[in-house]
Design a protein around this ligand. Structure first.
Ligand SMILES: *[C@@H]1O[C@H](CO)[C@@H](O)[C@H](O)[C@H]1NC(C)=O
Ligand SMILES: *[C@@H]1O[C@H](CO)[C@@H](O)[C@H](O)[C@H]1NC(C)=O
Ligand SMILES: *[C@@H]1O[C@H](CO)[C@@H](O)[C@H](O)[C@H]1NC(C)=O
Length: 413
């Protein structure tokens, strides 16, 4: 973290490092503008009064509470059912919440230049990016990947197959660059799927190209910082790694003859040898700083890297402390990826479950979920953590209550 927070800092203080009041105030202005425009066109709404900053915070708090309760409908808070929550329900009436939900906007009007499909949420994504950059300096090692975001454990367990089929497919994919020693998400990239028709545009053939573009976007701010970026098979390619090397970005990626763009790589290294091999054996071909490693461990695994010397030895430790020798690049890849997988398992449980129909709103709530996870990571690295030691779930509950004004959030203020 770039900023030292006092031991008394509250959950909302950490969240507001990433989503400060000026961003929330802009949501207030845009929502009120949209409500006005909507009523000019469709007739006035007598029960509408302009939303305030305090209400906007409560509104976000309500929606965020679904990340802890795992209930898909925020409105259950006001119900008499299992997910009802009287202490939360008393802060705002359901009718008022639904009005704000109806008019909620980050961008009220389309400007003449906006051709981008995400124009309704882009200014928010941009402000989030600059606050991520300002709040945190990532470690040298980072991972590019598509995080798990559709995990709704409770929903999946309780709904029928028909309900599952009815769920619409997301019209976008979300990619991130993530710090592999803390889990902090440094950069977000949203890719809109075109048309939404058959998957033809996202066909396997075009995937490496698409993923190359995703990788370039995610590394726009990474040049010259000596970072080491780990990538999966769909991103790993010689062309991309050479391009990154010119910008001072080094890579280590898993390569698959089927899923990767193998342009420029020696074909002899991409086919499996017929002679049986021992576990831990490997072959290497190098060109300049780039090495292609083929390592055998009950299957052939290929790696492309310019971040590790191919002659440096590492080791993979299996259960019952069986050690399998490997090049250092393979050990590093396994260590960083397994950290991110464990992180994903833990944190994807705390994505907001409220699912609006509009794509820009889905993107907005995913981005808010990522901001809350990042806020928790900043909290865990601060002195404030040593005071209360909130778990991720407790931090989420606390944040909801503070946003709703149910807790004295900042004694320091
Ligand atoms: C290998 O990397 C070093 C350090 O970044 C660089 O100076 C050099 O030009 C690279 N060599 C080749 C052949 O690309
Ligand atoms: C979302 O779509 C469903 C059906 O497609 C509809 O019943 C529901 O009212 C919509 N929700 C909102 C908030 O527009
Ligand atoms: C109501 O929600 C808050 C915030 O998420 C939580 O701390 C509290 O335990 C909930 N109460 C009940 C009765 O579920």
């Amino acid at each position: 973290p770039t900023r030292k927070m006092p031991p008394s800092a509250s959950a909302v203080d950490f969240f507001q490092l990433l989503v400060p009041d000026n961003v929330l105030k802009s949501m207030v202005v845009q929502t009120n503008m949209y409500a006005r425009k909507f009523q000019e066109r469709f007739g006035s709404d007598g029960s509408w009064v302009e939303v305030t900053l305090a209400e906007m915070k409560a509104f976000l708090g309500y929606v965020m509470s679904t990340s802890v309760s795992h209930c898909e409908s925020v409105l259950s808070i006001w119900s008499s059912g299992f997910y009802s929550n009287r202490s939360l329900a008393l802060v705002m009436s359901q009718a008022r919440f639904e009005k704000i939900l109806k008019y909620f906007h980050v961008v009220a009007f389309r400007s003449s230049q906006s051709t981008h499909g995400l124009y309704k949420v882009q200014p928010f994504l941009d402000s989030l990016q600059s606050s991520f950059d300002a709040a945190f300096r990532p470690s040298q090692t980072q991972v590019l990947h598509e995080p798990l975001i559709d995990e709704d454990p409770v929903f999946i367990a309780t709904c029928t197959e028909r309900e599952l089929r009815k769920r619409k497919k997301r019209k976008f994919s979300l990619w991130v660059r993530q710090c592999s020693s803390t889990g902090f998400i440094i950069q977000i990239y949203v890719h809109l799927k075109e048309g939404g028709g058959p998957d033809s545009l996202d066909a396997l053939k075009d995937k490496p190209q698409l993923h190359g573009m995703v990788a370039r976007s995610l590394c726009r701010n990474a040049a010259g910082k000596n970072y080491i970026i780990f990538t999966g098979p769909s991103i790993t390619s010689l062309t991309l790694f050479e391009e990154f090397e010119k910008q001072g970005i080094y890579c280590c990626g898993l390569l698959s003859a089927r899923k990767s763009d193998c342009t420029g790589l020696p074909p002899s290294m991409l086919t499996n040898p017929v002679t049986p091999q021992a576990r831990g054996q490997h072959q290497i071909r190098t060109k300049g700083n780039m090495s292609l490693i083929c390592w055998y461990n009950k299957g052939h695994f290929r790696f492309l890297t310019n971040a590790y010397s191919p002659v440096q030895q590492g080791v993979i430790i299996k259960r019952r402390s069986v050690e399998i020798p490997c090049p250092l690049a393979v050990e590093a890849f396994a260590a960083h990826l397994s950290y991110i997988c464990r992180y994903d398992d833990k944190y994807s449980k705390y994505f907001i479950s409220h699912k609006p129909n509009k794509t820009w709103q889905q993107v907005f709530w995913f981005a808010i979920s990522i901001a809350v996870n990042n806020a928790y990571i900043l909290y865990k690295m601060s002195d404030a953590y040593h005071v209360k030691r909130y778990s991720r779930a407790q931090f989420g509950e606390r944040l909801v209550r503070e946003l709703l004004g149910l807790e004295d959030s900042s004694p320091a203020h």
